[in-house]
Design a protein around this ligand. Sequence first.
Ligand code: GLV
Ligand code: MN
Ligand code: MN
Length: 421
Amino acid sequence: MPKASSSNLTAERVNRERLLRRIEELAKFGATGDGGVTRLAYSEDDIRARSAVADWLAEAGVQSRVDAAGNLIARVAGRGGSRRTLATGSHLDTVVQGGRFDGAYGVMASLEAVIRIAESGTPLWHDVSLVVFSNEEGANGTPGMVGSHIVSGVPVDVDQLDHTGVPLWRRLADVGGDASALDEAVWAHDSVAAFVEMHIEQGPVLEDEAADIGVVTSITGRSNLVVEITGQQQHAGTTPMTNRCDALVVAARLIGEVDALAQKGAVRVATTGRITCSPNVWNVVPGSVHLTVDLRDEDRSRITAATAHIRRLAGDLSATTGAAVDVRQGPEVPPVAMDAELADCISDAAGQLSLPSLRMPSGAGHDAQLVARTAPTAMIFVPSIGGVSHAPQENSHDHHLTQGADVLLRALRLIDERLKR
Ligand code: GLV
Ligand code: MN
Ligand code: MN
C-alpha cells in the first residue's frame, strides 16, 4: 500500500501550467469576444465544456459519469477502503455576459487537485470525488443550483420551463441526466465525509485586506421576488398625464424603494436585476412590467422583514396609482454556516504554504450552501481583481489561481487525515 511521505507532500503542488492552460481552454466555450463568457446551463457550450472536463479526467485515467441530476461526477479510490468520499467541485455554467472564472475556476482547481492525487502515488485514505454541479446560476430562466438541490434531497420542479420554453426534465436528459430517477442522485447519509468548493471571491475584500486566501465562514441567504405590474397601455401622445396608469413609472418607484431598503441598511443588498416592459415601444404608455428583486442577508429574519416591506409598498403603490402590483415569492436559499473543523484545515493549509488568509462570509450564493445540508462543507476563495464578477471583466491573478489550487490540494490531504475513521 503506498504511503504518503511527509516531505513529498510538503512539496506537493498542482501543475500550474496545466491549470492555467485549461482555464483558458474552457473559456473558449461560450466566449463572448470581450473576454467574457455566456455559457448557459445545458446549452451546447455547457455540454462542450462538460465533455472537455470528462476528457481531461479520462486522460488522467479517471472515469466520470453523469448522475440523474445532470451532475458530472468522477471518483478516485482511496487507500482506506472507506465507503465515504471527500468531494470537491463547483459549476461550469455562467450568467449571461459573465466571466471566465465564476464556477469554472473552482471546477478546474478541483480537477487539478483530484488529478494530482490520482497521479501522486499517495492516494488519500478516503476516496476523492470531483463534482460538476448542473445549472448553478439559473441564468436560463429556471431557478439555479439544480444539481446541488437534488443531491441534497431538496425537491426541484422538473416541469418548469426555461426561457426558450423547454422543460427542465428535457434539459437534464440533454446532458445525460434522468428526471424520472432523481432519487438515485441524492447523496446517501454520511456518504460524503466533506465537501470543499473552491471559488473566486467575486468581491473586493481579499484584495482590500491583502489576503491571498479566503476561508469562508458562512454563505449569505437569498430570496427572489417576482413582481408583475399591470397598468393601462395607452397612446403616448394623446393620453394626458392625469389619465395614465403607467406600469413602468410604478416599477421605477418600486425599484427606487428596493434600492433604498438596502442603502438604509434594512437588508445587506437588494437588487432589481431583471425587468421586461411591455409593449416596450417608444410611443406607447407601458401596459405591464415584470421584474425580479434579489434580497440577500446573513440573517434570514431581515430578508423576511424586507420582503414584508416590499409587499406593503406594492399595496400602497397599487392603491395610489390604480395599477395591479402582484408580488410572488421566487426561489429562496437560507443562509448557512460552513463547517468549522474544515475551515481550520483550510487555514492550516494556507499557513503551511505561507499564504495570508482571512475568514470571511460569502455574499454570493454557491452550490456549497445546498451541499451543507447533507455533508460537512467548506469553501475557499481567491481574490478577484477589483472585486468584479458576473461581468466579462471578471479576472484573477495567475499566482492567486495557482496558489488557491495548491491550498485546496493541501486542505484535502489535511481533511483526509483529520476525518479518518
Ligand atoms: C451566484 O452566482 C449568485 O447569484 O450569488
Ligand atoms: Mn455566479
Ligand atoms: Mn459561482
